[in-house]
Design a protein around this ligand. Structure first.
Ligand code: GLU
Length: 485
């Protein structure tokens, strides 16, 4: 495997949406492949027909693509190892199960569901691990043939010899040893002829020349079965890396009950894909320093499996929020513009036609103050329409008996400026304050209130500049009429 470019895969069972844990698995695979110039493969593990969900695969691919995780091979793409949907590969698996039977490493079993249920019941009563009792191995070749000829339903099971050691070398966990006493004679082919996850997974990883199996910790306990399958079939064992669990802040396993787990939920909430990917990358990995802000390139350059932790990773939404703000700030106004327009199209201002120039100025003035793009609208509605209301508290605090006269003076200076540049507004305001013999603040607060209805926002001269001379004059006049009346 030395000098070989890695081939890694994300192998989800389509459940209808992409779980953030799935995104983390996909991302680590993707980063690993890109870091080493290898291939990232998407394989859909849809052999459980009871779990079929309409549109699930499309949805999953959509979410992956939105995050920027484009796969090199997978459904809808031609690849040397197609098809990439296990339901389209069903004829492949039986052959290998039969090979295992011929080697004595698997066997036909004809147990009725009733017998298996009873067996389980008895084992539970004895406080034993529930395991198949290998009864089918007592059948003679002839008995097996007769049953098969008679069309009796059967499964094919893995023949695990008890009392053996199975070693799993894991990049993240080191050497993990299992005793085969606890490994069940796993069903490989079900009575409906479909392979189980274990069978299809190993066969496909082999046929698709997967070099590294990077997946969630919940699969570690299945790995001894996989290792046995590789050994029995005489195949090279891939490198394993089992990623730590994702936890809620209370250290319980991340679940739907505590909040959103689907990538599409985060997308709908207005998180940037860059922030979500950055956040998810840090769920179990760091580069060995305090750096937390990463763009895609940096993640690819810095990622390594060796630096993935064993212990569970806490899913902390506050950090995601912080990263979202950071990623917004790392973008230029031009990059933010289309995202901003999308939000405007979904807002009450969708029918207004704001110029790009106006919107770009708003972005520049507000970008430091937001966590979500939609806050460009929510936090500064005054850029889109004149205020109807004036913040009550600010009026009480800032609107003194002398304010109207002072503002009238300011108004007369504003009327004289010939552009809406920040400098012109600034000079006019300073001049008014000076001639009135008052501090600038005595004008700045009331004029902010007058033009925006609010006591907070971007710098006052940014605000005036963005609104423009005419609008500012109009709004001051309106405020002079409305406030105190
Ligand atoms: N189909 C399994 C899942 O849904 C894949 C596990 C693996 O990567 O082997 O997660």
């Amino acid at each position: 495997m030395i000098n070989e470019k890695p081939r890694v895969r994300f192998a989800p069972s389509p459940t209808g949406y992409l779980h953030v844990g799935g995104l983390r698995t996909a991302l680590y695979n993707f980063l690993y492949a890109k870091h080493y110039g290898g291939k990232f493969i998407l394989r859909i593990e849809d052999t459980d027909r009871n779990r079929y969900v309409e549109g699930a695969v499309e949805n999953l691919i959509d979410s992956l693509k939105w995050c920027g995780l484009d796969f090199d091979e997978g459904p809808g793409k031609d690849g040397e190892y197609a098809p990439y949907m296990q339901s389209e590969r069903l004829n492949i698996y039986l052959k290998y199960a039969e090979e295992l039977i011929s080697k004595g490493k698997a066997y036909y079993a004809f147990d009725t569901p009733d017998r298996l249920a009873k067996l389980k019941e008895e084992q539970t009563a004895r406080k034993e691990q529930s395991k198949y009792d290998k009864l089918a191995l007592t059948l003679s070749q002839e008995e097996i043939k007769n049953k098969l000829d008679a069309g009796e339903p059967f499964v094919i099971r893995l023949n695990v010899t008890p009392g053996q050691r199975v070693i799993v070398d894991d990049v993240i966990r080191g050497r993990v040893e299992f005793n085969t006493d606890i490994v069940d004679d796993q069903i490989l082919i079900k009575s409906d002829g479909y392979p189980t996850y274990h069978m299809a997974n190993v066969v496909d990883d082999h046929l698709m020349k997967i070099t590294h199996v990077i997946r969630g910790e919940e699969w570690l306990s299945s790995t001894p079965k996989h290792v046995l399958l590789y050994e029995f079939l005489g195949w090279e064992i891939p490198v394993f890396a089992h990623l730590p669990l994702l936890l809620n802040p209370d250290k319980s396993k991340l679940s739907k009950r505590q909040g959103d787990v689907a990538v599409e939920d985060y997308r709908a909430k207005g998180y940037l894909k860059e922030a979500l990917v950055n956040f998810v990358a840090l769920l179990g990995w760091n580069a060995g320093d305090d750096k937390e802000f990463y763009n895609f390139e940096e993640l690819i350059n810095n990622f390594s499996l060796e630096r993935v932790n064993k212990s569970g990773a806490v899913f902390n939404v506050e950090k995601l929020d912080w990263l979202n703000g950071e990623h917004i700030r790392s973008k230029t106004a031009l990059e933010i513009l289309p995202l901003f327009k999308e939000e405007l199209d979904n807002s009450i201002y969708k029918d207004h036609n704001f110029s790009d120039e106006h919107l770009l100025k708003i972005i520049d003035a507000m970008k430091e103050r937001i966590i979500f793009i939609r806050e460009l609208i929510e936090k500064s509605p005054y850029f889109f329409e004149a205020p109807n209301l004036y913040e009550e508290k600010a009026v009480q605090k800032r609107w003194k008996p002398e304010t109207p006269d002072e503002l009238k003076k300011l108004l007369s200076e504003f009327e004289k400026i010939d552009s809406s540049s920040k400098e012109d507004f600034e000079n006019a305001l300073h001049k008014s304050a000076e001639e009135l013999g008052i501090g600038n603040g005595k004008l700045i607060h009331p004029v902010r209130l007058a033009v925006s209805g609010s006591s907070t926002g971007p710098g006052i001269f940014d605000l005036l500049h963005i609104l423009g001379k005419e609008e500012v004059i109009l709004r001051i006049k309106t405020a002079l009429e409305k406030i105190n009346n």
